[in-house]
Design a protein around this ligand. Structure first.
Ligand code: PMP
Length: 444
């Protein structure tokens, strides 16, 4: 029996009728119909081409439909797909060995999950079991996942709707808060912030704190690389009090910042590194928690009280190996660094041209631009708020075939790491025209 492909309208109507969408009331969502995707482009059923300027959720790092990954998927499907997590399999063995080679320092042992949130959930658990302490520190400007504990670990306002959530989480302001500062230059910010953090640790009681979670480079909350010396200072501070350092690289890992892992920019080895998204370039769901030798040794003697039906899923592990081969083998990490320089240039060009363009931040192909309402640099949309012009900008991007996220007073610039210079400039040409909309409401 053959079934006719659905039109855009049929897809939209049926999805709205029978499915729930994330972070939205179903009655308010207007889903983007996508029938196929290739490289940096997606296509609607009617053939409209859309430039993917956000790698979906910053996760399709090698680009869509890569023939080598697809071929590996077909081959893997004919081999082993699923066996129980107590089994030893070749994909599990090979992937873990490959990750041990690629991860920083002595992070050489892995617990496989299905997502970023599950990786962080298990990192919370591992930190508590390893230290015998229960509190977890994290930053207000952070996102760590939508499961119950990860929502509480998350600092951004999405957390509030899930409260009271789980106990034991303490939030601190990050070194780059929004509209105020810990100092005038990066050294001062780092020094002041670490002092503030140490005081917080003392007031909470260091003997109660198992770990601090940080996004090595903050993702959805602003694409914020840490100020100079901060991550190194944090490592030393946490070591002083026996607190584990967990770097969440779910979004910033796997080449996004122009290095395989973002911690490589700062020469720091966390105790636990969590990942997902780019691990398989999201061809299939897979996440992992990587731990240093001392933690791995601990769990050789002590039970790791956790498990998942799909832990170390053989098919997903095989697909991850293929996606990593493509990412590393085709030089996409280096390309992210190279095209990151083009992104920087384009952002600077737009800031010089458009009065409403306030700031652009990027590290590799991890980028975001902020929009301002006046010469004083005030954000066009208040923190955790919206402005009608940002809605119009989002609609313009959609109409013009540019896929990205517009949130508060900012929009994302995170294309797949295989993007060419020409394709990148094609995206910024659309943004250039879009910023005319926000210029119109600029108050001078
Ligand atoms: N950590 C970070 C830094 C993330 O950006 C995300 C997802 N955007 C998560 C964790 C959660 O990952 P997932 O949605 O796969 O659970």
């Amino acid at each position: 029996m053959t079934t006719e492909p659905m039109t855009s309208d049929e897809m939209i109507q049926t999805c709205l009728e029978h499915t729930m969408f994330s972070w939205t009331a179903t009655g308010k969502v207007s889903p983007l119909p996508i029938a196929r995707a290739e490289g940096v482009y997606m296509y609607t059923p009617e053939g409209k081409r859309i430039l993917d300027f956000n790698s979906q959720l910053m996760c399709v790092n090698v680009g869509h439909g890569h023939p080598k990954v697809i071929a590996a998927m077909k081959q893997a499907a004919e081999g082993l797909t699923y066996v129980f997590p107590g089994a030893a399999t070749e994909p599990r063995a090979r992937l873990a060995k490959r990750l041990a080679e690629l991860c920083p320092g002595d992070i050489d042992t892995f617990f496989f999950t299905l997502s970023g949130a599950e990786s962080n959930e298990n990192a919370i658990k591992a930190a508590r079991l390893f230290t015998g302490r229960f509190k977890i520190l994290s930053s207000y400007r952070s996102y760590h996942g939508a499961t119950n504990a990860c929502m509480q670990l998350t600092g951004d306002p999405r957390r509030i709707h899930n409260e009271p959530g789980s106990p034991g989480f303490v939030h601190v302001m990050p070194p780059w808060p929004y509209d105020y500062s810990f100092g005038d230059d990066e050294e001062q910010i780092t020094a002041q912030h670490l002092r503030y953090l140490e005081e917080t640790i003392m007031y909470e009681g260091p003997e109660t704190i198992a770990a601090m979670f940080v996004e090595t480079v903050t993702g959805t909350n602003g694409i914020l690389p840490p100020p100079k010396g901060w991550l190194q200072g944090l490592r030393a501070l946490l070591d002083r009090y026996g607190i584990l350092m967990v770097c969440d690289e779910v979004m910033c890992g796997w080449g996004r910042t122009g290095k395989l892992f973002a911690v490589e920019h700062y020469d720091v080895v966390p105790d636990i590194l969590t990942m997902a998204k780019g691990l398989t370039s999201s061809y299939v769901p897979l996440g992992a928690m990587g731990v240093r030798r001392k933690i791995a040794e601990h769990f050789r003697e002590h039970v790791f009280w956790g498990g998942l039906t799909y832990n170390a899923h053989a098919y997903a592990c095989a697909v991850a190996l293929a996606a990593i081969d493509v990412l590393v083998g085709e030089g996409m990490v280096e390309n992210a660094a190279k095209q990151g320089a083009v992104m920087r240039e384009e952002m600077d060009r737009l800031i010089a041209k458009h009065p409403s363009a306030r700031e652009g931040r990027c590290i590799g192909l991890f980028g975001m631009m902020d929009v301002q309402k006046n010469a004083a640099g005030e954000s066009i949309a208040p923190y955790n708020g919206t402005h009608p012009a940002m809605g119009r900008l989002a609609q313009f991007f959609r109409d013009e075939g540019l896929f990205t996220f517009v949130r508060w007073g900012s929009f994302m610039c995170n294309p797949p790491l295989c993007i060419t210079e020409e394709q990148l400039r094609e995206g910024f040409a659309i943004i250039d025209r879009g910023l005319d909309i926000t210029d119109e409401v600029y108050e001078g």
